[in-house]
Write a protein that binds this ligand. Structure first.
Ligand code: S3P
Length: 436
């Protein structure tokens, strides 16, 4: 379905975006690996996560929905041979975490995904898992691939990329590997796997190597527990960005996960001069949560440091939109990973921004956006999304603040991460409608 966003007045009200995607995948996978019954409250019921629910059922767990966002997972204490191909749909997280987790078991599992996921690199997990002893049948380490698991040996793996998916795949495999498994990454990526392994009682700790702390796992069982899933900061980014670029807006976004390793976008917004505050911090589940309040702001360009990229990796598309409404240049670097997301997000953002009359330029590892302040963006384009949910949402936000409406060519994929996006934004005052 195509959607059209038209310029809107100031936004106001409260929003509670759906549950965090990263925590939702992990809760299902660890619940399935554990002994006993785990209850999950606030699970993101989006296509990506529902694929993981179906996968853990195929691998021998029970996963049932009790009520909206409330799920019960009965883990069998490990995985069994699946009878069918595990379809990960559009989700790199589902594919990479599950490939890691099944590697520890003596079984053969075939993984596949949609056209976008089939193009994304799996070598980043195949390489360390092969070192641990898993075997793979694939063409150029892409999906579809077959994992033959079992009899793993622990390794100390120096990952060339800061990727929470790689880290998590290796640590989940380490739960069933002989000896210890340690993961070293260039910059720390999101640590939800580490936090949740502790909550599930894994044999997990942090070790110091070369003056820095790194996660270590040793074999041992997981014990069922209950997990609460706060709102996804990567989804909260959209109503917050819209409020900042729309005049006299004031939007409160409730119950947002504020894990420090996910806050790079919000740090950058503050550097741009955003009127953004956090209140009511609490830590109900080993993950910090807060209410965020965003008000329409006069923004200036920013140069987020390259080392911040892992803490804002999913927010670069919406940051590029915010930058178009700021005064001055925003230079994004250290973000080459954007080229292997659901689409090549560097190319897609620059193409779409230029079509909307914004001065934007590609860099090998990022992009430059030169903004001219609020009300300066023309819009008036139809945006090619290549089925990438975050590209679609980012340009709909742009269309809310540009002079002419913006159409995105396909908005169905938004449901992979933010079901209810249009309703959420409309309740705040947006004008986003289906169009032909
Ligand atoms: C995720 C890690 C990130 C992120 C993705 C979710 C996770 O990917 O982009 O949306 O849940 O571990 P990488 O590990 O490829 O950086």
């Amino acid at each position: 379905m195509r959607l059209k966003a038209r310029s809107a007045g100031p936004l106001s009200g409260r929003a509670r975006p759906p549950g965090d995607k990263s925590i939702s995948h992990r809760a299902l996978i660890m619940g399935a690996l554990a002994h006993g019954v785990s209850e999950i409250e606030g699970l993101l019921e989006a296509a990506d996560v529902l694929n993981t629910a179906e996968a853990v059922r195929l691998l021998g767990a029970e996963a049932e929905k009790l009520d909206n966002g409330r799920w019960r997972v009965r883990g069998a204490g490990g995985f069994r041979q699946p009878s069918e191909t595990i379809d990960c749909g559009n989700s790199g997280t589902a594919a990479r975490l599950l490939i890691g987790a099944v590697s520890g078991y003596k079984l053969s599992a075939r993984f596949d995904g949609d056209q976008s996921l089939r193009k994304r690199p799996m070598n980043r997990v195949v390489a360390p898992l092969s070192q641990m002893g898993a075997r793979f049948d694939s063409t150029e380490n892409r999906l579809p691939l077959i994992v033959h698991g079992g009899a793993l040996k622990g390794i100390t793996y120096r990952s060339p990329v800061s990727s929470a998916q790689v880290k998590s795949a290796v640590l989940l495999a380490g739960l069933k590997a002989e000896g210890e498994t340690i993961l070293i990454e260039p910059e720390r990526s999101r640590d939800h796997t580490e936090r949740m392994l502790k909550v599930f009682g894994a044999n997990f700790d942090m070790v110091e190597i070369d003056g820095a702390e790194h996660p270590r796992v040793r074999p041992g069982p997981l014990t069922a527990t209950n997990i609460y899933v706060p709102a996804d900061p990567s989804s909260a980014a959209f109503p917050i960005a819209a409020a900042l670029i729309l005049g006299k807006s004031e939007v409160r976004v409730e119950d947002v996960l504020v894990n420090p390793l996910r806050l790079g976008f919000y740090e950058t917004l503050l550097e741009m001069g955003a009127d953004l505050t956090y209140v009511e911090r609490s830590d109900p589940i080993g993950e910090p949560v807060a209410e965020l309040i965003a008000r329409g702001s006069k923004l200036r360009g920013a140069n987020p440091p390259a080392k911040r990229a892992p803490a804002m990796i999913d927010e670069f598309p919406i940051l590029a939109v915010v930058a178009a409404f700021a005064q001055g240049e925003t230079r994004i670097v250290g973000a080459a990973e954007l080229r292997v997301k659901e689409s090549d997000r560097i190319t897609m953002m620059v193409e779409g921004l230029k079509a909307c009359g914004v001065d934007a330029e590609e860099l090998p590892d990022g992009l430059v956006v030169r903004g001219h302040g609020p009300k300066s963006v023309r819009g008036g384009a139809q945006i090619r999304t290549l089925g990438d949910h975050r590209i679609a949402m980012s340009f709909l936000v742009l269309g809310m603040a540009s002079k002419e409406p913006v159409i995105v060519d396909d908005a169905d994929m938004i449901a992979t991460s933010f079901p209810g996006f249009v309703e959420c934004m409309s309740a705040l005052g947006a004008d986003i409608q289906p169009t032909r």
